[in-house]
Design a protein around this ligand. Structure first.
Ligand code: NAD
Length: 297
């Protein structure tokens, strides 16, 4: 694996974490996002990760400063990918948005550049038609709070070249991840094949007035001894991503999820309450109700 320059497209919740983790692991990282406001928002996230890496990873000030200095932001895609060995795509979970992005990316990327999508629910075979180099396309899927939930799911589509897949697996290791190689396409990889049905069922209990977020999470946490339940998990994932998934499922005829999408939009997304990263979602942070002993009384 001889990657040096990594470009990440989209500096939102996951993109910004991928960027900081790659920079912390010694890679030169370019961030591409749509405008200066988005770059500024990503910059604020990097600053918060510097504190988190010191507190939770045991990094020194020099290490986090060096990581920060390895990151450069761009709003011009051609500039951002000029030297890229690998582009990791973390733009919003929407096929039209990704299509537009990949068509443009294909036009401006050097021939050597490998593309990897971080999409949670859109399999690579649905994106490969927008790309000029199917053999150099795979997934590299991260889990939120990448500094501690450090898996990298590398999943082939049927046209991915073995050598490309192996290089991305090696890159995942080099950026401090435990690689989870998946040699056959499967919706949701390993992680979301488990997480999405869990969150969807939790939302069905909620939208049908069978249970509440608190009762669902209490049930789950008591019986699994887990640190959070499905609604706490959705706060971590980001409610905008959950909204996109519910919208897609609603459009495919799932009536519960169509109603969930309306609730998530009106009560959360439109109010900016998109989860843990902004301090509010189903719970308020940094001390959510489920972190307190009274929650379980
Ligand atoms: P987000 O909404 O927080 O961030 C998206 C970012 O992309 C924003 O900064 C936005 O300005 C930018 N953007 C919008 N259009 C763009 C374009 N055309 N080109 C470049 N940038 C553009 O979303 P997120 O949660 O970071 O999710 C991004 C991707 O990562 C999705 O595919 C999602 O499925 C995946 N993912 C998310 C999580 C999670 O826990 N949030 C986990 C794994 C994978």
């Amino acid at each position: 694996m001889d990657f040096k320059n990594i470009t990440v497209a989209g500096g939102g919740i996951l993109g910004s974490q991928i960027i900081f983790q790659a920079a912390f692991s010694g890679f030169e990282v370019s961030l591409y996002d749509i405008n200066d406001t988005a770059l500024e928002a990503a910059d604020q996230r990097f600053k918060s990760y510097m504190e988190i890496y010191k507190d939770e990873v045991g990094a020194t000030q020099d290490q986090v400063d060096a990581a920060y200095d390895r990151i450069t932001g761009f709003t011009d895609l051609a500039e951002a990918v000029k030297n890229a060995d690998l582009v990791i795509e973390a733009v919003p979970e929407s096929i039209p948005v990704k299509e537009k992005f990949y068509r443009e990316l294909s036009k401006v990327s050097p021939e050597k550049t490998i593309f990897a999508t971080n999409s949670s629910t859109i399999p690579p075979s649905q994106l490969v038609g927008f790309i000029d180099r199917p053999e150099k396309f795979t997934t590299l899927h991260f889990c939120t709070e990448v500094w501690k939930h450090n898996i990298g799911e590398v999943m082939m589509h049927s046209g991915t070249k073995r050598e490309v897949f192996d290089q991305v697996v090696e890159f995942a290791k080099a950026m401090g991840l435990v690689p989870i190689p998946i040699e056959k396409e499967f919706p949701g990889y390993v992680l979301n094949a488990l997480f999405v049905p869990l969150c969807v069922q939790a939302l069905r209990l909620y939208v049908n007035d069978i249970s509440t977020p608190e009762l669902v999470d209490k049930t789950y946490m008591i019986c699994t001894e887990g640190p959070f339940g499905p609604f706490g998990l959705m706060d971590m994932i980001g409610i905008n991503t959950c909204y996109s998934i519910a919208t897609m499922m609603g459009e495919q005829g799932d009536d519960d999820m169509a109603r969930v999408a309306v609730i998530l939009k009106e009560q959360f997304v439109d109010k900016g309450k998109v989860g843990k990263q902004v301090g509010e979602g189903f719970y308020t942070y940094p001390n959510p109700a489920f972190s307190k002993p009274e929650f379980f009384k």
